[in-house]
Design a protein around this ligand. Structure first.
Ligand SMILES: NC(=O)c1ccc[n+]([C@@H]2O[C@H](COP(=O)([O-])OP(=O)(O)OC[C@H]3O[C@@H](n4cnc5c(N)ncnc54)[C@H](OP(=O)(O)O)[C@@H]3O)[C@@H](O)[C@H]2O)c1
Length: 254
């Protein structure tokens, strides 16, 4: 059994790769940093599974097709995990366009293209699982995190739509929607995590395990942790205007 995992050099992608190995899968690991991918690969091999490293920059438009081709040449893909992604905190008009377009490419286009390219083989084999990294930011717009939250809203909508569309095929798509999690994300996004955020921050291992478990059960959406579950549930009762104003308060510069 073979799992293709993007963002596997760090954080949730790394922990999802280790979860895959624990559950008996060989893995193909994708991210830009070959050295950090090799570290994850060594951990997977220590767990007794095969690990292949594909260093690739998914912000380049041609990368997803190259990765899909190289991965499928290694064998049929049973599990696809799209964990590569990043955020960028700050004013929409002040943050650099280069970072915003890269975010659209990695968080949306590469995720969509890999899913589009890998799903047909899964459907033909009547077996497969896809896990896409959304966020609690998927549930409402987030001022000062506008592009990021919008990409995660897209991931949730696409994943839920595909979940229904694929009913009866033996293949399922799951969105994993974590809240604040202790990974490299906050340094890259420059979030300057608040005290509340730090207090409620989950460890990456349990989030990855919840995602793996929910994906294998064929769930549509997994929200790990009691606070995140409560948050995602409550938001459904708030008028939209209140939800976005609360998000604006949470992301206000300190
Ligand atoms: N941590 C949180 O609080 C949190 C909460 C909700 C959702 N998420 C989502 O969880 C996912 C994983 O993030 P994380 O928390 O594990 O953060 P992380 O530790 O920063 O990991 C991000 C991963 O994405 C890869 N990546 C970034 N840009 C890439 C590119 N251009 N091409 C290929 N790979 C790229 C990084 O590898 P390289 O740098 O080596 O390329 C790294 O492996 C993301 O989609 C994020 O939006 C995180």
């Amino acid at each position: 059994m073979l799992a293709l995992i993007t963002g596997a050099s760090s954080g949730l992608g790394r922990d999802l790769a280790l979860a895959a190995a624990r559950h008996g899968y060989d893995v193909i690991l994708v991210a830009r940093s070959a050295d950090r991918l090799e570290r994850t690969a060594a951990e997977v091999r220590a767990a007794g599974r095969h690990a292949h490293v594909l260093a690739s920059d998914l912000s380049r438009p041609e990368s997803a097709a190259d990765v899909a081709r190289a991965a499928e040449a290694l064998g049929p893909i049973d599990v696809l995990i799209n964990s590569a992604g990043f955020g960028d905190y700050g004013s929409f008009v002040e943050r650099p366009w280069d970072a915003q377009v890269s975010m659209l490419q990695v968080n949306i286009v590469a995720l969509t293209e890999l899913t589009r390219r890998i799903l047909p083989g899964m459907i033909e084999r009547k077996r497969g699982r896809v896990l896409n990294l959304g966020s609690t930011a998927s549930f409402q717009p987030a001022p000062r995190f506008g592009v990021y939250a919008a990409t995660k809203g897209y991931v949730l909508y696409l994943s839920e739509a595909l979940h229904e569309e694929l009913k009866g095929t033996g293949v399922s798509v799951t969105a994993l929607c974590p809240g604040s999690t202790a990974t490299g994300f906050h340094d890259v996004a420059n979030t300057g995590a608040s005290l509340l955020n730090q207090y409620l921050m989950m460890k990456s291992g349990p989030v990855a395990e919840a995602g793996w478990d929910g994906m294998m059960r064929g769930k549509a959406v997994v929200v790990p942790g009691w606070f995140n579950k409560l948050n995602a549930w409550l938001i459904g009762f708030f008028p939209r205007v209140m939800a976005r104003k609360m998000a604006a308060l949470a992301t206000k510069p300190r």
